[in-house]
Design a protein around this ligand. Structure first.
Ligand SMILES: NC(=O)c1ccc[n+]([C@@H]2O[C@H](COP(=O)([O-])OP(=O)(O)OC[C@H]3O[C@@H](n4cnc5c(N)ncnc54)[C@H](OP(=O)(O)O)[C@@H]3O)[C@@H](O)[C@H]2O)c1
Length: 244
């Protein structure tokens, strides 16, 4: 592995991934839609701390028309792409205002499809590469508290599964990361059980391990695999009455 492209590098998980992969010798391209100053400082810090090359580039997941030129103009084509962008959105607002529903779906799903398709085509042509994308346990069963976000993540998980199968013969890995709660700004203010909540660094470590071991799907905290197995097996007539 030489160069890692981080899509959504301003995310807490993205920053932890950047440091973890740099620590293991990768050059890092940080791609984010905002916080240019912060990204430049982060890039400088990583470059000095781990003695690797870093770059910052501007990337907006919703600017689909810019994705091909964004990828074509990268200073170096990545060997590994880690995609961590996403929004939780406002579930209540989304029930009343389609614009919010669309933003949740487009950011968490359509934007991922748009950019990862371009990455996949390039890696397939080269016959090498790894795509790592963060989905969510929310995509495993629609819950009334966040089913717009959950639906987008379900679609993303299905997309990644198909992509993985398509690329398998081309020596390209596609890894799906399925975290439960992560202690980041995305769920700031939400009380979550400590045992079920990962830190960004735990997610980054899980991603590094999954990359090294060429895993297909990882849950980060293994307990979530069992929790979701139980949640998925609850009959509809009970699930409908549950406050999840
Ligand atoms: N936190 C959790 O409990 C949890 C659980 C399961 C899965 N996840 C997933 O984990 C991933 C990382 O999230 P996180 O927890 O690290 O939260 P985060 O810190 O809020 O990171 C999300 C990032 O997505 C970026 N983003 C949003 N819209 C974008 C757009 N249109 N173009 C480019 N970037 C955009 C945000 O950019 P700005 O910084 O510019 O706003 C932000 O940096 C996400 O895919 C999330 O869905 C999180």
């Amino acid at each position: 592995m030489k160069t890692v492209l981080l899509l959504g590098s301003n995310s807490d998980v993205g920053q932890a991934c950047a440091a973890t992969f740099a620590k293991n010798g990768a050059d890092i391209i940080l791609a984010s839609r905002t916080a240019a100053d912060f990204q430049s400082r982060l890039a400088a810090d990583i470059a000095i701390r781990y003695d690797v090359k870093t770059e910052t580039v501007s990337f907006d997941a919703l600017a689909y028309d810019s994705h091909q030129s964004f990828y074509d103009d990268l200073p170096t084509k990545p060997d590994v792409v880690i995609s961590v962008f996403g929004i939780l959105g406002d579930q209540d607002l989304a029930t009343k205002d389609f614009a919010e529903a669309q933003k949740i779906i487009d950011t968490n799903f359509t934007g991922q499809v748009s950019i990862l398709n371009i990455v996949a085509n390039d890696m397939e042509a080269k016959g090498a590469g790894t795509i790592i994308c963060v989905s969510s346990v929310a995509g495993e069963r629609g819950r009334k508290s966040n089913y717009f976000y959950g639906a987008a993540k379900a679609a993303l998980t299905a997309f990644l599964s198909g992509l993985r199968a398509r690329l398998a013969m081309s020596n390209v890995q596609a890894i799906t990361v399925i975290p439960g709660f992560i202690n980041t700004k995305m769920i700031q203010g939400l009380e979550t059980p400590k045992l079920l909540t990962a830190t960004s660094q735990q997610v980054a470590n899980g991603i590094w391990k999954a990359y090294r071991k060429k895993k297909n799907t990882v849950y980060v905290l293994p307990i979530w695999r069992w929790i979701m197995l139980i949640i998925k097996s609850i009959p509809e007539f009970i699930f409908k009455k549950m406050n999840l």
